[in-house]
Design a protein around this ligand. Sequence first.
Ligand SMILES: [Zn+2]
Length: 442
Amino acid sequence: MLDHLQPLPILLLLLLFLSLTLSTSESDTPISRFQQYLRINTAHPNPNYTTPINYLTNFANSIPNLHSKIIHLTPTIPLLLLTWPGSNPSLPSILFNSHLDSVPAEPEKWTHPPFAAHKTSDGRIFARGAQDDKCIGMQYLEAIKAIQSSDPNFVPLRNVHILYVPEEEVGGFNGMRKFVERKEFEELNVGFVMDEGQASTNDEFRVFYADRTPWHMVIKAVGMPGHGSKLVDNTAMENLMKSIEVITKFRESKFVIVKAGLAANSEVISVNPVFLKAGTPSPTGFVMNMQPSEAEAGFDIRMPPTADPQLMRKIIEEQWAPAWRNMTYEITEKGFLRDNMGRPLMTLASDTNPWWSVFNEAVTRAGGKLSKPEILASTTDARFMRRLGIPTFGFSPMKNTPILLHDHNEFLKDTVYLEGIKHLKTCFAGISILEKMILHTI
Ligand SMILES: [Zn+2]
């Protein structure tokens, strides 16, 4: 009996040894650390913030000179702040930001489970958050770790903060918006921010200097109800349709500019109908011989920071929903177009902004190339920092990569991820060296 059983424990021990060896070596690589971070499900509507904060804190504790602090924005919503002290902490600091949460995923529509971080044989790592934006969250730390391993004496000139915020994907209202109003944020004395950007499909990195601002607009028409056979003026439907015609013409005038290649989608004001609500319901659908007394339509308007909000309101009031056509309107502003000083909400991407010069030079020195700075078509937490007048660029070093944020089968290739770390490493070190030459007076 014993003779028969003995090989089994030996085999088990061997397997245990092998699995331990494999898991130890796996946990030691930047790719496996990225996979582990991706496996933590932080998708809405119930993002788990405790596990990723613990994971990041443990990793940060393994890197010399990084200090961690957890700050609660609400009793259940925390953020993680890491600090790499600089040699001159009285100078304004640099903040590298990423968010902990992600949008949900529909697993049945993915080729690999969205929270397994499966790596294919060609190196693609499939996971929700792989591009948006758990990549940069880990790359920041890997870059600092790499700098310190190649030069243990390296100290940045100014304090460098790495921030992991919650709730970005639901507007940031219980996340970054709350944090920028806190004393702890003021105390960071932030001079420059790097936040998330987007993948580029070619060999150049993309950089974003502004976000577009959404307005949600509902226009409503009222009129006398009437028999469906009568031709009368000013019915609710007629007035609403006239407005839709005018708005459609405005939309086309912007779209023509984009189609002609004269501006990017994100550089023009876009307006898209999102709902129509009219008609008198009947058990079989709608009453077909009656003109309704009310009709409404909803629109998603997106404005670049160069748009004039006063002019936009005037256009809406006089042309899109004029009172003389029995129209009313409601606008819900979902963001801001101006900073606290009344300036357009954007960061100058030219050499008049010394932070731009330093960043651009650091990317170039790292062997990278930036494409023409862009306005992001959507919105990020960057708007809360720009509102305070803090220069903020969106930059996620992912090139030759399809843009898959919020999409099914979001992935990032291992080689692209590793190259991004190298790039951020040179950027971190480069910024610190270059700023000694360019920025020491800021
Ligand atoms: Zn994001």
